[in-house]
Design a protein around this ligand. Structure first.
Ligand code: NAD
Length: 337
């Protein structure tokens, strides 16, 4: 099944939309990004260029002539003048940022606006009118049911979930998922496009709240909170166990492969001991509720589960994470992944 070919529309100008646009543009796809407010256009374009620059720097982009501009209204922002061109500028890779309207048709429209069902329904119906008859409309929702979002679409068989991970241009995984009326070939085409732009897709067999990766993450978090609340270890110890142990291993092989490597007889014996003892709580953890009641919002507010964060801490953590993701991307290419 072939990937959709042609221009792609990304709706939204936030963290995820700029990463998605950067990845598409870096793969040589003509990408148009639609934002609501003219004031947001320049910042959106700069952010896409920053992310493209990062992909160029780690060899995850194919520099070449800039893709042809979409017909219609001129881009609302020009590249910022700079004495020495950035890696993104030198590569000639860019996405076109438009405000309020974009001339169709597009082969694919990706909605990545705020996680609000009504706002998304409006954006999706509107995006559907801009895609070609055989085009695909996709949503990057993290938690909303596709059946609810498909309500009101004229061609629900061409509608699918395409769930990326932050930072979208760097994390290889995307989850492809369909609603009740999605045609199988829509999922196959989206998975095919994902591979064509260097992503590693998994396709879910049915719409499932939280998809796969977030369910796994929250299952681990439930046990992490239980360990801390029972006084077994501190929050720093949990983070250390994941970063230095599980995470380091899982970057190379997944949990099922790790069990195959360990031996299924051993795995079965440990499962008999441990599974009955793991947390089965269905409540939001008391620790999280306590920390939230104190007003903490995490790094963005200067205080979180791990205590106080000085100004700049969030940027420092993001830079450390992104540097490692870039290294892993290189290692993946080296391994032929
Ligand atoms: N942040 C993540 O880690 C992550 C990961 C996967 C998926 N997602 C999903 O991606 C989507 C976007 O998340 P984000 O983190 O980029 O958010 P964000 O707040 O960074 O960006 C949201 C963007 O949507 C725009 N917007 C809001 N309401 C709109 C409307 N009614 N019409 C048009 N534009 C509108 C905002 O101006 C902003 O540019 C959400 O559905 C979110 O659940 C987020």
């Amino acid at each position: 099944m072939s990937a959709p070919t042609g221009r792609v529309l990304v709706v939204g100008g936030g963290a995820m939309a700029t990463g998605i646009a950067a990845r598409l543009a870096a793969a040589g796809i003509e990408t148009v990004v639609l934002v609501r407010r003219a004031e947001a256009a320049a910042a959106t374009r700069d952010e896409i260029a920053r992310r493209v620059g990062r992909l160029v720097a780690i060899g995850e982009a194919s520099p070449g002539p800039a893709p042809t501009s979409a017909p219609g209204p001129a881009p609302t922002s020009a590249p910022s003048p700079s004495p020495s061109p950035s890696p993104a500028e030198r590569s000639g890779i860019c996405a076109t940022v438009l405000v309020g309207e974009a001339p169709g048709p597009f082969a694919l429209a990706v909605e990545s606006i705020a996680e609000d069902v009504e706002a998304k329904r409006v954006a999706l119906a509107w995006a559907e009118a801009l895609v070609a008859d055989d085009g695909i409309v996709a949503t990057n929702t993290s938690s909303l049911r596709l059946a609810d979002l498909a309500d009101g679409l004229a061609r629900p068989e061409r509608f699918a979930g395409w769930h990326w991970f932050n930072p979208a241009e760097l994390v290889p995984l995307v989850e492809v998922t369909g609603g009740p009326l999605t045609a199988p070939d829509t999922l196959e085409r989206l998975a095919s496009l994902s591979r064509a732009i260097g992503k590693q897709p998994i396709t879910l067999r049915r719409d499932h709240t939280g998809f796969v990766a977030n369910r796994l993450q929250y299952a681990l978090l439930r046990e992490a909170y239980a360990l801390v609340e029972e006084g077994v270890c501190g929050v720093e110890d949990v983070d250390r166990a994941v970063v230095s142990g599980l995470g380091a291993r899982w970057a190379a092989i997944g949990p099922f492969a790790a069990m195959d490597a360990a031996g299924l007889d051993v795995h079965e014996a440990v499962a008999e001991q441990l599974f009955p003892q793991l947390s089965r709580s269905t409540e939001v953890p008391a620790l999280l509720r306590r920390v939230r009641r104190s007003g903490a919002t995490g790094m963005k507010g200067g205080r979180g589960l791990l205590g106080d964060y000085p100004p700049g801490a969030a940027q420092e953590v993001a830079a450390r994470r992104d540097a490692l993701l870039a290294l892993l991307a290189g290692a993946g290419r080296g391994a032929g992944a």
